[in-house]
Design a protein around this ligand. Structure first.
Ligand SMILES: [Zn+2]
Length: 73
């Protein structure tokens, strides 16, 4: 079973709005940030493209906070 709600790297909720029917019509937080390709490269290949990273593992918390758009309260 593919779990799209949790970060494949750490298992925390990834706050992906597209994975949740209640928020699927909203743009995901990941649209507004740039994720370092090195972060994605560091993931095991089997985990890539299955689920979103959480903002912490994607190393974009600073970008989200700066944009006032953080899903993490
Ligand atoms: Zn994570």
């Amino acid at each position: 079973m593919t779990d799209t709600l949790h970060c494949p790297a750490c298992g925390a909720l990834n706050h992906c709005s597209l994975a949740d029917p209640r928020t699927a019509t909203q743009d995901c937080w990941c649209y507004g940030v740039s994720i370092d390709p090195a972060v994605l490269q560091a993931l095991p290949e089997a985990l890539r493209d299955l689920a979103c990273l959480c903002p912490r593992c994607a190393a974009v918390e600073d970008q989200l906070r700066a944009a006032g758009n953080s899903p993490i309260r």
